[in-house]
Design a protein around this ligand. Sequence first.
Ligand code: PMP
Length: 453
Amino acid sequence: DVGEKVSKEELLEKDRKYVWHHMSPHNENPMIIESGEGSWVQDIDGNRYLDGMSGLWCVNVGHGRKEIAEAAAAQMMKIAYSTLVQSHIPAIELAAKLNEWLDGEYRIFYSNSGSDANEVAFKIARQYHHQNGKPTKHKFISRHRAYHGNSMGALGATGQAQRKLKYEPLGVGFQHVPPPYCYRCPFGQTKGACKFQCAQAIEDAIVWEGPDSVAGIILEPTITGGGMIVPPDEYLPMVRRICDKYDVLLIVDEVICGFGRSGEKFGHQNYGVKPDIVTMAKGLTSAYSPLSATAVSAELYESFKEKQAESHFRHVNTFGGNPVSCAVALKNIDILEKENLIERSSHIGKEMMRRLESLLDHPHVGDIRAFGSAIGIELVEDQKTKVPATAERVMTIIASCKQRGLLIGKNGDTVPGFANILTLSPPFSTSDDEVAFITDTLVEVFALNNGKG
Ligand code: PMP
């Protein structure tokens, strides 16, 4: 057992010496998490924290699910690895199950991470146009502030400057347009009284780039990690119509929004649109095993089938769709269904919004936005001018929550000057009492940081 007989100090020493932490390379004093149960995680000192972010927006069914561990162990005993050059039972059953969850018929291509799934989507979109006599269609439109992954193509699609500086040149052919950000409308409009210039900007980008050069649009139903930017209801259906008009494929990144986080099975189902390609990862297995999938509409796949000779999709992924990860995903989906966790996610989101409403009176709270049980609290220095809150102010709130046993997230810091958004996305298994703990803690912490500092 890792860590069992080793003191915390020894572990920390090894950590400092050997581990390069995500996003904070010089993290000298990290929490050492040892176990988890339901919505709670426990560190090596026995301190318990409510995991208000489900890890990184992913442990949707909660920690410590023995039935998932058992499903993984049983599959490992049967066969732990087999390629998808052949086929195997968990991959087949999972692809069929995903087709039940999606509206319409899709072919499922498996890989390991959200970044992988998006790379697959880009390659399929380009090849599709290529073999349909439109080889010049190769560009992708995406939005500023969006995150689509860390590999060169997915980072190219990402619209957050700080993640890209120092690593360029990235995958080329990605054009960014302003996000549908009603609180800070990039077009100076007011919510409810605009002409959806944010959607029009996509059409303009296609026209100005030249429709014959644009292969697809990639978007999350709501920009999650880039600021919890929830679009107006009209936006996604408008984007779908624009895609149809110019033979541009709609790729919907459901890495965070999928598997119930939005209060529906997939985020796009809130808007009644049918994507050409859907990418998914995190919540597919509730992070119990690495797995991602790129779902490609049957219509699109048909063109690969028709042109057998030239339509070989040259992409292989050693671990993608491995039997253990697929068995884990099947058990995870089974839990989501049997415990009605998607309805639960929607309920938790509504309950958190209701209980956090009073925070809107706080001088440093500019806006609170929800997409299902994903919530963003946008902090400002001043409600009228909307100047983004300083990173220090945000960190003080996060640290005070942690002191009280609540882990929450932050985002926006990969966009210069916008490290001002707190995020919540607890497991769907979170009880009403635990929801009250989350919101009461936040209300208490905000009251202490009452703007006089
Ligand atoms: N897309 C979105 C919307 C994401 O939030 C993430 C990860 N946070 C990714 C893609 C990339 O997923 P991964 O980290 O598994 O590569």
